[in-house]
Design a protein around this ligand. Structure first.
Ligand SMILES: [Zn+2]
Length: 415
C-alpha cells in the first residue's frame, strides 16, 4: 500500500510542468547484504527512482546503485547515507540543469533530425517519409497498436529478393531511454544513405532484410515527452488497479516473472498479469513468431550502461552457442571502441548484470533465433537517461560499427 501511494504521488507530483529543480542523482557503493538491506529501508521510506539497477530488489553486493531523489528528500537521503557510512557520490547535483542540457544539439529546427531527440509525432511522420523516399529499400507496415491506440510500425529495410534471411531490431522498450529510438532512426538513415556506395552495407542489404521497430513502447515514450521524463513502463491500466503500466522487458514468456521481476503493479519492473499481457509485447512476439523462418538475429536496443548482453538473463544457465555469442559480443565491443574509445562490457545477462526474467532477448533465443543481443548504449551514468543530444551522433556511429560487425558475421553463418 505504501508503494502504491508513493507511485500515485510520483504521477501527481510530475505534471507536464515538472522541472526537477533541486532533484539529485546519487551513486552509492554497496558492499554487503547489510548495506543492501539499508538501501531497501531507505527505498521504503523515501521515494527513490532507481536508474541502475532497475529496482531496489536487483541490487547486488559489491556494486554501485544509481537513483534519483526528489529535491525535498535529498537532505534526508544524504544524512542517511552518511550516518550509515556509505561511500557515495552525487552524480547530478541538480537534475534540472542536466535535463535542459539534453537539448544541446543547437539544431533545434522543427521537424525531424537524426541528431536530436524526436517526438513520437515526428518519428511517425518520418517512418512514412523514409519509406516513400526510398521505395526500393524501405517499406512500412503496421504490426499492431498500443494500449492507447497508436500504430506500431515496422520498417523493412533491404533490397527486395525472394526468401531473404532477416534481422529484427527494436528500440524504445523503456520510455525514458531516449537514445534508443534515436539509434533505430540512425540505422535506417545509414542504410539508405550508404547503400550502393559502402560495400559492407550494400552487401548486407542485398543479402538480408532488417525489420526495424523504431519505438515499441510508444505510449510510454509520449508520456516522457508530455508528462514525466523518467517514466519507464507501458501505459496500460487495469480495473481495480491504480498503478499504471508494465515493464515490457519483463513481459515475455521466458521464465516469466521468476527472477528479477516484480509482481507488484506499482513496481518499475512489474512483469504484468500474464506473459504478453501488453499489446505492444504481444504484437512484437506475434511478428517474430510469424516470421521465424526468416529471422536469424534479434537485436534490442536499450540504455544505459555500455553493455552487450546475450542470453540468458532469466537463469544462470548458458545458451548452447554461448562461446560463439561471447566471441561475437567481444568482437562487436572491440569494433565499437575503435571510433571513440568507448568501453563496453559484454556477457550473458544474468551474470553480467543480474537475473531478469521475461526479457525479449531470452524469449527470441528460445524461439530459435540463435543470435540474440541486448545493447545498453551510452553512457555509464554521468548523464544516464539524460544523454545530451550532442552525443547522439557519436553514440550512433560507434553502435553502427558493432551492429554491422554482428550482422556481417551472421550473414556468413546463416542457418
Ligand atoms: Zn531498457
Amino acid at each position: 500500500m505504501l508503494l502504491l501511494l508513493a507511485l500515485v504521488s510520483v504521477v501527481l507530483a510530475h505534471p507536464s510542468g515538472e522541472n526537477f529543480d533541486g532533484d539529485q542523482v546519487f551513486r552509492v557503493h554497496v558492499e554487503h547484504e547489510d548495506q543492501i538491506n539499508l538501501i531497501h529501508e531507505l527505498a521504503n521510506a523515501k521515494e527513490l527512482d532507481f536508474w541502475k539497477p532497475d529496482s531496489a530488489t536487483l541490487i547486488k553486493p559489491h556494486s554501485t546503485v544509481d537513483f534519483h531523489v526528489k529535491a525535498e528528500d535529498t537532505a534526508v537521503v544524504k544524512d542517511f547515507l552518511e550516518q550509515n557510512e556509505f561511500l557515495y557520490e552525487v552524480l547530478m547535483s541538480n537534475m534540472k540543469n542536466v535535463l535542459e542540457a539534453q537539448f544541446d544539439s543547437h539544431t533545434r529546427a522543427s521537424g525531424h533530425s537524426y541528431t536530436k531527440y524526436n517526438s513520437w509525432e515526428t518519428i511517425e511522420a518520418w517512418t512514412q517519409q523514409v519509406a516513400s523516399e526510398n521505395p526500393d529499400l524501405v517499406s512500412r507496415s503496421v504490426i499492431g497498436t498500443t494500449f492507447e491506440g497508436r500504430n506500431l510500425y515496422v520498417l523493412k529495410v533491404g533490397k527486395s529478393k525472394a526468401k531473404k534471411p532477416a534481422v529484427f531490431m527494436d528500440c524504445g522498450f523503456h520510455a525514458r531511454e531516449w537514445i534508443s529510438p534515436a539509434f533505430c532512426q540512425w540505422f535506417v538513415r545509414e542504410a539508405v544513405r550508404t547503400y550502393g556506395t559502402e560495400s559492407q552495407m550494400t552487401e548486407l542489404l542485398n543479402e538480408l532484410d532488417f525489420y526495424v521497430l523504431p519505438v515499441l513502447n510508444i505510449d510510454g515514450y509520449v508520456y516522457t515527452w508530455t508528462k514525466s521524463r523518467m517514466w519507464r513502463k507501458t501505459r496500460s491500466t487495469r480495473a481495480g488497479n491504480s498503478c499504471v503500466g508494465v515493464d515490457p522487458n519483463r513481459n515475455f514468456n521466458a521464465g516469466w516473472c521468476e527472477a528479477g521481476a516484480s509482481r507488484s503493479p506499482c513496481s518499475d519492473t512489474y512483469c504484468g498479469p500474464a506473459a504478453e499481457s501488453e499489446k505492444e509485447t504481444k504484437a512484437l512476439a506475434d511478428f517474430i513468431r510469424n516470421n521465424l523462418s526468416s529471422i536469424k538475429a534479434y537485436l534490442t536496443i536499450h540504455s544505459y550502461s555500455q553493455l552487450i548482453l546475450y542470453p540468458y538473463s532469466y537463469d544462470y544457465k548458458l545458451p548452447k552457442n554461448h562461446e560463439e555469442l561471447d566471441t561475437l559480443a567481444k568482437g562487436a565491443a572491440k569494433e565499437l571502441a575503435t571510433l571513440y574509445g568507448t568501453k563496453y562490457t559484454y556477457g550473458p545477462g544474468a551474470t553480467t548484470i543480474y537475473p531478469a526474467a521475461g526479457g525479449s532477448d531470452d524469449w527470441a533465443y528460445d524461439q530459435g533465433v540463435k543470435y540474440s543481443f541486448t545493447f545498453e548504449l551510452r553512457d555509464t551514468g554521468y548523464y544516464g537517461f539524460l544523454l545530451p543530444e550532442s552525443q547522439i551522433k557519436a553514440t550512433c556511429e560507434e553502435t553502427m560499427l558493432a551492429v554491422k560487425y554482428i550482422v556481417s558475421y551472421i550473414r556468413e553463418h546463416l542457418y
